[in-house]
Write a protein that binds this ligand. Structure first.
Ligand SMILES: NC(=O)c1ccc[n+]([C@@H]2O[C@H](COP(=O)([O-])OP(=O)(O)OC[C@H]3O[C@@H](n4cnc5c(N)ncnc54)[C@H](OP(=O)(O)O)[C@@H]3O)[C@@H](O)[C@H]2O)c1
Length: 272
């Protein structure tokens, strides 16, 4: 496993995304992922699966300190007292005393950013999390957040895959010593039928998904693919025994298009 180092945090380069994984399936996948060598699990309050993520963690018997657990605070809990209360609720569900990384899930223009960041920093000071960060922050918001936050932010978790150019966010993260954590890293499964990725994969004896994830990791990005299939857990982590050549990296960078963004919840920030 490689790690992405960012402002004191060591984030495993591959993690398991858990959005839409529920109940027994979620607990079983988390347990199995950890048994297969995953050391990074991504959940969120709004996924309504923190309890099952916690069950999977305990069932795996992997030592707590060896796993990097991220959760996220939803936007309706950004008022300072709400943020602390809701983080404690997350910890109760996970049955953990602290998470490794606590993120603001989306920007919320209705609560002053400095106040929310102050509360996020306090959550760290009070031992509820080891590190703090943001998600879905544009470059402008990221610069604002770094300037306003009393503690270092370690990542911006954003959508990133070969169909979407994230050069600006990647450069901003690097400028601030932060990591980019890529969500929807296999473009919600769309990479499966991609001819370019499949062709590159054949050269290395790898699948299109493995080429895609390797391309992210080779940029010093951490990726959190989600799967509900046990066999794909192994596929998605088996990317550390090959490397893409510079020409292959460049070819994949050229796949991005202005229509490549897949996430649109109707309240997304203005990106450009
Ligand atoms: N911060 C945010 O706002 C935010 C937003 C979205 C997501 N996330 C996080 O990022 C995680 C990943 O993003 P995502 O769930 O949107 O999308 P994703 O991981 O890119 O794609 C998941 C989809 O791809 C399929 N898939 C997974 N591995 C595959 C493989 N090797 N080959 C072919 N298909 C494969 C899965 O199907 P099967 O289940 O059939 O394998 C599933 O339908 C989420 O689970 C969540 O933890 C965060």
């Amino acid at each position: 496993m490689l790690f992405v180092e960012a402002n004191g945090a060591k984030i495993p380069a591959i993690g398991l995304g858990t959005w839409e994984l529920r109940g027994r399936t979620c607990a079983r996948l988390v347990e199995q992922a950890l048994k297969l060598g995953y050391r990074h699990i991504d959940t969120a309050q709004v996924y309504e699966n923190e309890r099952e993520v916690g069950e999977g963690l305990r069932a795996s018997r992997v030592k707590r300190d060896d796993v990097f657990v991220t959760t996220k605070v939803w936007t309706n809990h950004f008022a300072p007292h709400d943020l602390e209360r809701s983080t404690k609720e997350s910890l109760t569900k996970l049955r953990l005393t602290e998470v490794d990384l606590l993120l603001l899930h989306w920007p919320n223009p209705h609560v002053p950013l400095a106040e929310t960041l102050g509360a996020l920093a306090n959550a760290r000071k009070h031992g509820l999390c080891r590190h703090i960060g943001v998600s879905n922050f544009t470059v402008g918001l990221l610069d604002e957040a770094v300037a306003a936050c009393p503690e270092p932010l370690v990542c911006d978790q954003v959508e990133y895959h070969p169909y979407l150019d994230q050069t600006k966010v990647r450069e901003a993260c690097a400028r601030h010593g932060m990591a980019l954590v890529a969500y929807s890293p296999v473009a919600k499964g769309r990479i499966k039928g991609d001819a370019t990725l499949a062709r590159i994969g054949r050269v290395h004896g790898k699948t299109a998904a493995q080429v895609c994830l390797r391309w992210l990791v080779q940029q010093n990005v951490s990726a959190i693919p989600r799967t509900s299939r046990i066999e794909r857990l192994s596929e998605n982590i088996d990317i550390f025994d090959f490397a893409l050549a510079e020409e292959e990296m460049t070819e994949i960078f050229r796949m991005a298009s202005p229509k490549g963004r897949l996430t649109d919840f109707g309240f997304a920030p203005k990106w450009d």
